[in-house]
Design a protein around this ligand. Structure first.
Ligand code: PRP
Ligand code: URA
Length: 206
């Protein structure tokens, strides 16, 4: 499994504001969108392209167009905060959903909803979930996607904990992870430290 920690000064600045406890939900949503643009750009860097030609106003130009079927799968709720950025960069992507929720006491995820496009085997699938904590949610989603035929799955997260990276490496080792930050670890309630708190609550002001 490859871990890509995206390093860009503009992304660092966004992360500083995203983490700050005084950031309001409307700012948090805008910052999540902007962080996701950087992460999606990096996660799609090696998508296959095919050569083509277009007529500019002056002459013929050799160009490249995306030559892959792309599926984005945000994990409800928090992954919705990354979806618009994905679709703004990959407008032709198909979208599926996984609804996963951690038990507040045990931090073990359960799946309450799933709807993904058919024939995932022919697609490059991007799982969107901003927080990789224990890794239980992401591992469950990747296993669910694989059970529906997905072969190529990449996780786009915003903050990752070493515990979650280790779990994915052991359970779904062929899943690449893209993140803006690899944090120190988890607290006893399985929240990421220093992290940014509960992403879904901050995104939706709950
Ligand atoms: C959060 C987050 C991930 C999960 C990560 O969702 O969006 O899906 O926790 O934790 P894990 O790596 O330990 O599984 P949560 O369960 O809080 O649901 P929500 O997005 O609906 O608030
Ligand atoms: N989910 C969150 O939203 N934040 C964490 O720190 C861990 C899981």
């Amino acid at each position: 499994m490859a871990l890509h920690v995206v390093d860009h000064p503009l992304l660092h600045d966004i992360m500083a504001r995203l983490r700050a406890r005084e950031t309001t939900s409307d700012d948090f949503r805008a910052l999540a969108y902007r962080a996701s643009l950087f992460l999606v750009a990096e996660a799609t860097r090696d998508l296959p392209t095919r050569p083509d030609r277009v007529e500019t106003p002056l002459e013929t130009a050799e160009v490249h167009r995306i030559d892959a079927r792309v599926v984005a799968v945000p994990v409800l709720r928090a992954g919705i905060g990354m979806l618009q950025a994905f679709l703004d960069l990959v407008p032709n992507a198909q979208v599926g959903y996984f609804g996963l929720e951690r038990d507040e006491r045990t931090a073990v995820a359960r799946c309450y909803y799933e709807k993904v496009p058919p024939k995932l085997g022919s697609a490059v699938v991007f799982l969107l979930d901003p927080m990789l904590a224990t890794g239980g949610s992401a591992a469950m989603a990747v296993e669910g996607l694989r059970a529906r035929g997905a072969r190529s799955v990449r996780l786009v997260s915003i903050v990752a904990a070493p515990e979650g990276v280790a779990l994915l490496a052991s359970k779904v080792p062929d899943t690449d992870v893209y993140t803006a930050a690899l944090d120190r670890g988890l607290n006893d309630r399985k929240y990421i430290l220093p992290g940014l708190g509960d992403f879904g609550d901050r995104l939706y002001g709950t």
